[in-house]
Ligand binder design. Structure first.
Ligand code: SF4
Length: 409
């Protein structure tokens, strides 16, 4: 008779150097351990891709193994099975957190060519840079859908933008974000809006509220079921100034408040959210280089956040290979360069590359934002929560560290 420990098929394993976690996707229970012998056992199972492990009689009576088996039973993660040779233990591949080698993806290139159109879900097009009178945050576009503040004279012509949208539509995109900087210097915005409304694609126009106010006649009537306007507010503003906007637009527009500290949040909460019962709004933190503490207190992940969230097998598998914040999204900057994430290197430009070529690069280039998973970066690659944690976001890149958590320093 052999004592065989087995792990249930609905358990996701993350094994790093000296620790592991076993996550039950059905009930959200988790076991984590750094015990050398248990780590060796799980590593052996991972290496052999078997959900079973034969324990010696000595191991069976050891406290660490006994406690581990008991916890596995209680959490429906695994159990001890006595193999009496009449029945074979059920064996199947494990759900393990490992990186798919980029070469494996490359081997699928033929398939990739024909299925490339399944990948593109959303595009964001930055038409021009912001009006410096109004833009008070630097490089906002690297964190949010916000106009670049680069003083650039570059802008994307309406016909170019329409061609980008046409191409993306052909490749299956279902969502378009248009980020408009200086409205006064972009008189043909109506042409783009008309095109988007004609093809009935789900679209959102992002514009600074001051810019909108200066020239609102051009766009205020654009709103429709599939066309939203998102007004950006980036610092303390005059309440009387915004009061009229709320009464005119709060039912149809989305109001995005970009905040840099607690004071700004309290100001918005007291003066707008509570007073005017604003419903269509978003609050977006902005990292300005000085407010790490604000992020630590309000944005950083806690262990409870990770464990209180239920994670499906599908989501965990996805997190292993792809960055779900970026996957399927492409950004067109006003200088013509194209990115999977504006914080990373470019994947091409609209003058020299077709959209198909850009997508090929997005899915094959190991430096692409689509493939930036936590198990590829330090220190997350060594953390047992790297599949459970939310995907890397723009904040990690701008802050310059990947562990935006209060778990691993
Ligand atoms: S952010 Fe990285 S280090 Fe922190 S818990 Fe998530 S995976 Fe672990």
């Amino acid at each position: 008779m052999k004592n065989c420990f087995f792990i249930e098929p609905y358990v996701h394993i993350t094994a790093v150097d000296q620790a592991f976690s076993l996550y039950n996707v059905l009930n959200g229970e988790i076991i984590e351990s750094k015990d050398d012998e248990l780590v060796a056992m799980i590593n052996h199972m991972v290496k052999t891709n078997k959900n079973i492990y034969f324990l010696t009689n000595e191991e069976c009576i050891q406290v660490n193994f006994k406690n581990f088996i008991k916890e596995s039973q209680v959490k429906y993660i695994g159990d001890l099975y006595v193999d009496n040779h009449l029945k074979s233990p059920l064996n199947y591949g494990l759900s393990v957190n490992i990186n798919k080698d980029i070469n494996e993806i490359k081997k699928d290139k033929i398939k990739l060519d024909s299925s490339i159109k399944n990948y593109l879900a959303e595009i964001t097009v930055f038409l021009n840079s912001g009006n410096n009178k109004f833009i008070h945050i630097k490089d906002g576009y690297k964190q949010l859908n916000y106009p670049p503040s680069n003083n650039s004279v570059n802008f994307l012509k309406p016909d170019t933008v329409i061609n980008i949208i046409k191409d993306s539509y052909r490749l299956g995109t279902s969502k378009v974000n248009i980020v408009l900087g200086d409205l006064q210097n972009y008189p043909d915005i109506g042409k783009i809006i008309s095109y988007l409304k004609a093809i009935d694609m789900k679209s959102t126009l992002y514009i600074h509220y001051k810019d909108f106010e200066c020239n609102k006649n051009q766009i205020e009537n654009a709103i429709s079921e599939n066309f939203n306007i998102n007004l950006l507010f980036n610092s303390f503003f005059n309440i009387s100034e915004i009061k009229e906007m709320i009464s005119n637009y709060s039912d149809n527009f989305i109001f995005t408040f970009i905040i840099q500290d607690e004071k700004e949040y309290i100001f918005i909460e007291n003066n707008l959210l509570l007073r005017y019962n604003l419903r269509n709004y978003e609050i977006k933190p902005f990292f300005n280089g000085q407010n790490l503490e604000f992020f630590r207190n309000n944005v950083f992940i806690e262990k409870e956040d990770i464990l209180n969230n239920k994670h499906s097998h599908r989501q965990l598998k996805l997190n292993q290979y792809y960055n779900s914040n970026n996957f399927g999204k492409i950004y067109f900057l006003n200088d013509g360069k194209v990115y999977t994430n504006p914080n990373l290197t470019t994947n091409g430009d609209i003058e020299h590359n077709s959209l198909e070529e850009i997508l090929q690069d997005a899915i094959l280039n190991p430096n692409s934002g689509w493939l930036k998973t936590r198990n590829r970066v330090n220190p997350c690659r060594k953390c047992i929560y790297n599949c459970l944690c939310p995907a890397i976001s723009n904040y990690e890149y701008t802050i310059g560290k990947f562990n935006l958590c209060n778990i691993v320093n």
